[in-house]
Design a protein around this ligand. Structure first.
Ligand code: SAH
Length: 464
């Protein structure tokens, strides 16, 4: 080990920063965040750094560095572009035993700055000892995605309850099990979902020795339109901790693969007009599994609240008093539009966008056509493939121009994405000669013409 990581308490202590440019400002910000009093010395100092230093109860001296600047200093940072000066500062500081960091010169440093993941009071520091800073930054980015932004609040919770828990369990082993349970279970999830009060209440209950909860929890999670990269951090985390997963046809296999390996997986089908499991059976199944104490993941394509019947599922859970949370996902309209290069709104072409289902509850396609032909709006039809000829005919019959551009996006955002474009008049006929595969999304409006300029995804190539 070339460096020993130690965490430096700088609150109210003097740190000397030699240099007044952008690099010095970056270091200054970190030091000020850690509560240091910044003493800045440089012939010229960036005004933002001056403000930072004065705000930190420090000082700014507009002149060159002098050896006695090292008096009463607990750390010195050399951030100048004068190499001999940086070397001189390093030697003098080390002679006095003052820790020194010279920016971008690891050999002159006695201490180095790590890449930081800040979930205060939890802090993760990563270093490559100066050998591969980019690698350290990449690891940092990975860790950032694993650890929820509110993770630090768990530490606050632990701080507030620590003494009571200690009194309750004199035995270290028991305490460890207790806290592991808190940090990995429903209490932690409440905190991550922004429900700190609920987390505290559950912790109170747990401490009060209330009967251990028999109930599990249901996570209603939007998995996005297909590309696994479009999952949210929260979706991925819950996918990796659920005991059982219920998913349907819309969820791409590559996404189901990301669920915890040993989780039970239940396919609940759902294809247009051919439901592998009727909706109320899915609802009952969720309730039953949660009552067995399981953490149940209901994984849905796109966003659970956009044509996803998510509302019906949680109604049942709420009625049964089962805890649940809903995680939004990228809906097919956003995903397909972005990957096909079609902005859904545009100042010149569409001032609003409307998500419409092409398949009504009664199996018909009787839509409010008069509203749908209003100018300046983009229409996005979900479940619109079967009804497409009727949709196009009705829009024309109600006054939308027959030349209005239309795009049909097949298996949007996946490697199999295909885009067909035409007009209200031509597209149905074009599609009749193609083997189109579900799921598909239909976008109607002037914005479709922009894709020639904006398409970037390989599957964005057009078939006309
Ligand atoms: N909750 C989902 C929509 C469910 S309805 C969401 O927010 O996206 C199912 C319809 O969504 C399909 O019939 C299709 O119109 C659309 N859809 C979902 N994923 C799609 C994809 N990858 N490509 C094209 N259309 C998609």
């Amino acid at each position: 080990m070339d460096f020993l990581p130690l965490f430096h308490n700088l609150k109210g202590r003097n740190v000397l920063l030699v240099g007044g440019g952008e690099v010095a400002l970056r270091k200054g910000r970190l030091l000020a965040d850690a509560g240091a009093a910044l003493k800045v010395v440089a012939p010229e100092v960036d005004p933002q750094l001056t403000e930072l230093a004065l705000h930190s109860q420090g000082s700014v001296q507009l002149r060159g560095y002098q050896a006695d600047d090292l008096q009463d200093i607990c750390l010195v940072i050399a951030a100048t572009d004068d190499e001999p000066l940086n070397a001189q500062i390093s030697v003098q500081a080390q002679a006095l035993g003052v820790p020194v960091n010279v920016v971008d010169a690891p050999k002159l440093c006695s201490v180095i700055f790590p890449a930081i993941v800040d979930r205060s009071p939890l802090i993760v520091a990563i270093t490559s000892g100066g050998d591969a800073p980019v690698l350290a930054r990449l690891i940092r980015a990975k860790i950032e995605t694993w650890i929820p932004a509110t993770y630090g609040q768990l530490a606050g919770l632990s701080k507030r309850f620590r003494a009571r828990v200690k009194a309750l369990f004199p035995n270290v082993q028991q305490r460890r099990v207790f806290w592991e349970d808190v940090f990995q279970g429903q209490i932690a999830e409440s905190v991550f979902a922004g429900k700190l009060h609920e987390g505290e209440r559950l912790l109170e209950e747990k401490i009060a020795g209330a009967a251990p909860r028999q109930l599990g929890e249901v996570y209603l999670v939007g998995a996005g339109p297909g590309d696994p990269d479009l999952l949210t951090f929260r979706a991925l985390r819950l996918m990796q901790q659920a005991d059982v997963v219920l998913y349907d046809r819309l969820v791409a296999p590559a996404i189901v693969e990301l669920c915890r390996r040993d989780a039970e997986r239940i396919y609940v089908g759902k294809r247009r007009a051919e439901h592998a499991l009727p909706q109320d059976e899915i609802n009952q199944r969720l309730v039953a599994l949660a009552k067995e104490g399981k953490r149940v993941l209901r994984l849905k394509g796109g966003d659970p609240f956009i044509f996803g019947r998510g509302g019906e599922e949680i109604e049942e859970l709420a009625a049964e008093g089962i805890p649940f949370q809903v995680v939004p996902g990228i809906t097919a309209a956003s995903g397909c539009a972005a990957y096909a290069g079609i902005p859904l709104t545009h100042r010149d072409h569409a001032q609003s966008v409307r998500f419409v289902t092409g398949h009504l509850k009664d199996g018909s396609c009787n839509l409010p056509w008069r509203d749908l032909v209003a100018p300046g709006q983009t229409l996005v039809f979900y479940m619109g493939l079967v009804g497409l000829p009727q949709i196009c005919t009705q829009l024309i019959a109600h006054g939308r121009a027959a030349e209005t551009p239309v795009a049909l996006i097949e298996q949007g955002t996946t490697q199999q994405q295909r885009v067909y474009t035409g007009t209200l008049a031509s597209l149905p006929e074009l599609l009749a000669q193609q083997q189109v595969r579900a799921p598909t999304l239909v976008i109607v409006g002037e914005v479709v013409t922009l894709r020639e300029k904006l398409a970037w995804f390989e599957g964005a190539q057009t078939r006309e």
